[in-house]
Design a protein around this ligand. Structure first.
Ligand code: SAH
Ligand code: SF4
Ligand code: F3S
Length: 483
């Protein structure tokens, strides 16, 4: 009997004995994994270590916390870097450079694996939902032990067991399911703040964007599950939550008892112990007057709105399938600034979308000047296979895009600095996040409007809300002192 056969007989027996109900089933696989991990630790004479590396957005990061939750329950100890017995890359495919970073590091992982007989490698996340990626991994990176997608993270314990008892590459990717399984174990990266998923997937199909294809259709979590999770976080000492969704403003559609995002926020506001509420991302087409009103009356919702515009040209916005035009966006900004004068507005902008002319670009520049963003993420358009924009004519030449990108960045930076400088000399409450990496006598805190302040203090302040004076503006951050 071949080795593979013996291993698979064991695996078959393990699989046959598994309960069918989701949570019981995953608990069972965690126990099986734990026994195996303990055996391997004994053989190695040290604990088995793991490393989960996140390449994508906040939603991706939250998924990594779920993966780590299962790994720790199975007996793995988190390691500081990729010199570990199990390395997982949670990938992103929103732009090509995110993918290149993964391919670039896989070669390095293979050299580590050659030196460690226990080492296993898994790839998961958005890239793995693409068939051409899976083919490439299979052909060119056969040393990868496990590949899974964005829809089956809830059964990661089961996949882990399959991997531990097999000696060939396991690929498990589900297309388009949006099953939500609550109450899985989670290890939070920060003690005092946490992301909380409110929707999964996206229905918007902006013509440049791969997310709806790799994350599936939009689905909202039940409000009671969200509230229960946040109450639990608050009782664990979390003071700040970030509600996560590709388009939080469409939260609640499709639930048996539909509720709006603004109504959900009001429920979250009532939870004792939660001091700050943030959310990401707001789509301009769905941002309601009700939301602006709720923000204006709230003591906990942070003074920050991330409102991606993508382009200042109505012609381009139409081809991008964004469902708003320049005028609608500018009116929205006007309304927001009237009702929330202290809010920081931030955005995402894409330069070089197919067919973008110099005139279109100048409209983006002029919108940036008019809105005066507190900060903006600027991206060079990246062609994503399978999206409508990938096959559009008039892809803009690289040198033209680069020139526009540089002009935009300069404008954006000048405006951000000017906006930040206006706070110099004022007082602010910050949530302390960490000891400063460069200077250990300082801590770093975040203002409600998302700006960072460094000021004298020690690690005991982490997770505390502290009143500071903003002494000096250093461009995009402040040096401050405690009041
Ligand atoms: N759901 C969020 C954004 C998610 S992706 C929203 O709609 O605002 C984050 C950002 O990546 C987008 O806002 C967009 O600016 C950028 N992006 C998405 N696809 C891109 C592509 N193909 N090329 C360049 N930037 C892209
Ligand atoms: Fe992508 Fe548009 Fe959905 Fe945002 S709203 S994730 S940009 S398709
Ligand atoms: Fe990237 Fe997936 Fe987030 S493609 S931006 S990790 S949803």
């Amino acid at each position: 009997m071949s080795k593979k056969k013996i291993i698979n007989t064991r695996l078959t027996a393990i699989l046959e004995a598994a309960p069918t109900e989701d949570l019981d089933r995953q608990d069972y696989f965690i126990k099986v994994a734990k026994e195996e991990v303990a055996k391997r630790s004994e053989a190695a004479g040290r604990p088995m270590t793991c490393c989960v590396n996140t390449f994508g957005c906040q939603m991706n990061a939250r998924d990594s916390e779920k993966i780590l939750g299962v790994l720790e329950k199975a007996g793995y100890v988190e390691s500081e870097d990729e010199h570990a017995d199990f390395v997982i890359y949670n990938t992103c495919t929103v732009r090509e450079n995110a993918c290149n970073r993964v391919y670039g590091r896989l070669g390095y992982l293979s050299t580590l694996k050659k030196k460690n007989e226990f080492m296993k490698i898994a790839l998961c996340g958005c890239m793995m939902q693409e068939e051409h990626v899976r083919e490439k991994i299979h052909q060119s990176y056969p040393f990868v032990d496990l590949v899974f997608g964005t829809h089956n993270i809830y059964k990661f314990a089961e996949l882990l067991v399959e991997m531990l008892f097999s000696d060939f590459q396991i690929v498990e990717v589900v297309e388009g399911s949006n099953k939500i399984v609550e109450e899985l174990p989670i290890v939070r990266k920060y003690s005092y703040k946490s992301g909380v998923n409110i929707t999964f997937g996206c229905n918007n199909f902006c013509s440049y964007c791969i997310v709806p294809y790799v994350r599936g259709r939009e689905k909202s979590r039940e409000p009671k599950d969200i509230i229960r999770e946040i109450e639990k976080l608050a009782s664990d000492g979390v003071v700040e939550v970030m509600l996560l969704g590709q388009n939080v403003n469409s939260y609640g559609k499709g639930l048996a008892d539909p509720i709006t995002f603004a109504e959900l926020l009001q429920e979250v506001e009532k939870i004792d112990g939660i001091e700050r509420i943030r959310f990401m991302t707001s789509h301009p087409k769905d941002l309601s007057d009700e939301l602006i009103e709720v923000m204006a009356n709230s003591k906990k919702i942070c003074r920050h709105l991330h409102l991606p515009v993508q382009s200042g040209s109505s012609r381009i916005l139409k081809i991008m399938n964004r469902h708003y035009d320049r005028e609608h966006y500018l009116n929205l900004v006007k309304k927001i600034r009237e009702k929330l004068p202290d809010v920081a507005l931030t955005t995402d902008i894409i330069v070089g979308f197919p067919g973008e002319t110099e005139e279109d670009f100048l409209e983006t520049l002029s919108l940036v000047k008019e809105v005066e963003y507190d900060s903006a993420f600027t991206f060079i358009y990246s062609k994503r296979t399978g999206t409508p924009a990938a096959s559009m004519p008039d892809q803009v030449p690289e040198d033209v895009v680069k020139d526009r990108f540089d002009r935009l960045l300069k404008e954006v930076q000048e405006i951000s600095e000017k906006r930040a400088r206006a706070y110099e000399g004022q007082d602010a409450t910050v949530l302390v996040e960490s000891v400063n990496e460069q200077d250990a006598s300082l801590v770093t805190g975040r203002m409600s409007n998302n700006l960072l302040v460094h000021f004298p203090g020690d690690k005991d302040l982490i997770g505390k809300l502290v009143d500071v004076h903003l002494d000096t503006c250093k461009g995009f951050y402040f040096l401050g002192s405690r009041k």
